[in-house]
Design a protein around this ligand. Structure first.
Ligand code: ARG
Length: 451
């Protein structure tokens, strides 16, 4: 492509070092769409005849079919997807093909392609996230009244329901979707026309190109447009955070599936056995999600590190944006799919959950609230209940079996009523709290929102 200036071929090692077609082939549908829009603008500027445009368009569509059918032969000598497609086009249709690169550089071309790639990846990931939310929602509905302990510091804290716990992840995914949508808005502008860095002396209708490609507008500074990879960094951050949410969910499930907790059982299809220990049923999917999240974060850091020292505008370092991007998109896509499948076939052990929530210590806060209602300042109430807990521990008995009047005469005969688990849950009725009624209300809201 640059034979005019050079007398020697690129060294083999340099070709191997610099080729990107082995991974950026993924951009092909976007590269082709971009080239067709660009060629149409060339025709409208009388740089191509209608006949030449038709040749370019049908040639490119044929190349797209060949790639989709696995019949296209990629050549690493042609470095990247852009040059592979352009060379194939010129081989197919001759001279018209060599006109395509007029008023365009691979720099604005690759920036356009990756924006289009991110846009369609965002759409797919938003819809997979909605799928996982719906699966979580179904389980929440099934378990709106399944009482289990809520934890802080991985110590049993207060009673909640499994439905409430699972809905927490629906909330997280919703925020992730908002971030994705926001990122999509910012990236949806077209860099084509920015050329190598300083636009072009040949002016094409940039807005028409942008419109054809579904962009909301065009970039407004050619140098920024060529150098900018903010949209990839943002996208990788959102994917990392989405990964972190799935990873935290995985950790919850790993605990829930342990013999120690015994709250959940995953299906045989979503667990693995041990080659040595016959009794094992391992939550590998959860562990893989937790592990792969490390890579998602790594991909973000790799990109930010590559960007931080770059002067304007294009530097070849920017080619290193793609592997992290593709890896994060593909890793997370699969993670969302497999998690949705796994969650839909998960069983919760209602009895074990309830058993774990039976401990009256989970209602120690409720006992303090009982005193508050009698007019005791909360700090004093907290101290009195703390004494009761210590005394129960000392006497090797449970909080609900203790004679509370020995601790303080503020405890009346009705204090024991605090230890009714159903009542305790019902009392948690403020917005956002886990009373069954609230959880059912939230489920209805989510159902309407996600429909
Ligand atoms: N494959 C290149 C990349 O992804 C395309 C842009 C090449 N531009 C250049 N001036 N070498 O970054």
């Amino acid at each position: 492509m640059w034979k005019g200036r050079f007398t020697h071929q690129t060294a083999d090692l340099v070709q191997r070092y610099g080729e990107s077609v082995s991974y950026d082939w993924r951009l092909f549908p976007h590269d082709i769409a971009g080239s067709i829009a660009h060629a149409r603008a060339q025709m409208n500027a009388s740089l191509l005849t209608e006949e030449e445009f038709a040749q370019i368009e049908s040639g490119l569509r044929e190349i797209q079919r060949e790639i989709e059918a696995g019949e296209f032969e990629f050549s690493s000598e042609l470095e990247d997807i852009h040059m592979n497609i352009e060379a194939a086009l010129t081989r197919k249709i001759g001279e018209a093909g060599s006109k395509l690169h007029t008023a365009r550089s691979r720099n604005d071309q690759v920036a356009t392609d990756t924006r289009l790639y991110c846009r369609s990846a965002i759409d797919a990931i938003v819809s997979l996230s909605t799928g996982l939310q719906k699966t979580l929602l179904k389980q929440s509905e099934k378990h709106a009244a399944t009482i289990l302990p809520g934890y802080t510091h991985l110590q049993r804290g207060q009673p909640v329901t499994a439905g409430h716990h699972l809905l927490a992840y629906v909330e997280m995914l919703e925020r992730d979707k908002q971030r994705l949508t926001d990122c999509r808005k910012r990236l949806n502008v077209c860099p084509l026309g920015s050329g190598a860095l300083a636009g072009s002396t040949i002016n094409l209708d940039r807005n028409a190109i942008a419109h054809e490609l579904g962009f909301d507008g065009v970039t407004t500074n050619s140098m920024d447009a060529i150098a900018d990879r903010d949209y990839i960094a943002e996208f990788l951050f959102v994917l990392s955070l989405l990964g972190a949410h799935l990873s935290r969910f995985s950790e919850d499930l790993i605990l829930w599936c342990s013999t120690e907790f015994g709250f959940a059982t995953l299906s045989d299809r979503h667990t693995t056995g041990s080659s040595l220990m016959p009794q094992k049923k391992n939550p590998d999917v959860c562990e893989l999600t937790r592990g792969k999240t490390g890579r998602l974060v790594g991909n973000l850091v790799a990109l930010l590190t590559a960007l931080k020292g770059l002067p304007l505008t294009y530097n070849r370092d920017l080619q290193e944006d793609k592997e992290p991007l593709f890896d994060s998109v593909e890793t997370l896509t699969l993670a969302l799919e497999v998690n949705a499948e796994m969650v839909s076939s998960m069983d919760l052990q209602i009895e074990n959950c309830r058993e774990a929530a039976q401990d009256p210590l989970l209602l120690a806060t409720d006992l303090a609230d009982y005193l508050v209602r009698k007019g005791v300042p909360f700090r004093n109430a907290h101290e009195l209940v703390g004494k009761a807990v210590a005394s129960a521990e000392e006497k090797n008995t449970t909080l609900d079996a203790l004679d509370l009047s020995l601790i303080s005469d503020q405890f009346g005969n009705d204090a024991g009523g605090v230890f009714d688990l159903e009542r305790a849950l019902r009392a948690r009725s403020n917005q956002g709290s886990p009373s069954i009624e609230n959880v059912l209300g939230e489920i209805q809201r989510w159902k309407a929102d996600l429909a």
